[in-house]
Design a protein around this ligand. Structure first.
Ligand code: UGC
Length: 181
């Protein structure tokens, strides 16, 4: 098994742009009224939206499976629990290599994936027992994955690094490297 370390990058609008948007009230508002600003986010789904709360339990910082959803721009907003690390790669028809994966730490700010952005099926709580997220997806994608887990999904593409003989280990130490002043 080839063991490859994945450094963790600070979550910034620019750094995350290839994978999606950071959900934060930044830049000019889109609409609103006196004393009330609205930033419209480009969420898109081809079936009914599905709002979920997802609890990621603490787990080893090892990435085995990644996936991408072809018919929804999935959104995740931290709710409670520990900051958590997500692993992403740009949308591509063929699965990305380890060199194309990037890990980001979500600590308060959420993200909206571009359609088809590859992501680890897990998020990795940095400490403690779990990390809870508000999770916006679509009914058809979620039902395929969780109501019919034995059936190969049509709306989601999955890739198994473990089956390819690759063990991806998130480099948690990089979390503590402060950006250069
Ligand atoms: N939970 C959910 O709707 N989808 C997951 O497969 C995911 O992490 O994208």
């Amino acid at each position: 098994m080839d063991r490859i370390a994945l450094p963790v990058s600070p979550l910034t609008v620019e750094a995350f742009a290839p994978y999606g948007r950071v959900l934060s009230p930044s830049g000019a508002r889109d609409t609103g009224r006196e004393g009330y600003d609205i930033w419209i986010q480009p969420f898109a789904a081809e079936s009914r939206p599905r709002l979920q709360i997802v609890r990621y339990h603490a787990r080893p910082f090892v990435v085995a499976l990644i996936e991408r959803h072809l018919h929804v721009t999935e959104a995740r907003q931290p709710l409670s629990g520990s900051p958590a690390i997500i692993v992403v790669a740009e949308s591509s028809d063929t699965p990305p290599g380890p060199e194309s994966l990037h890990a980001f730490r979500l600590d308060g700010e959420g993200v909206l994936f571009h359609r088809g952005t590859w992501h680890a099926i897990d998020a990795y709580p940095q400490h403690g027992s779990h990390a809870d997220f508000l999770f916006l997806s679509e009914e058809a994608t979620v039902n395929e994955l969780f109501e019919h887990p034995g059936r190969p999904p049509e709306r989601t593409q999955v890739h198994d690094f473990r089956a390819a003989g690759i063990e991806l280990v998130i480099d948690a130490n990089a979390l503590f490297k402060k950006p250069n002043p």
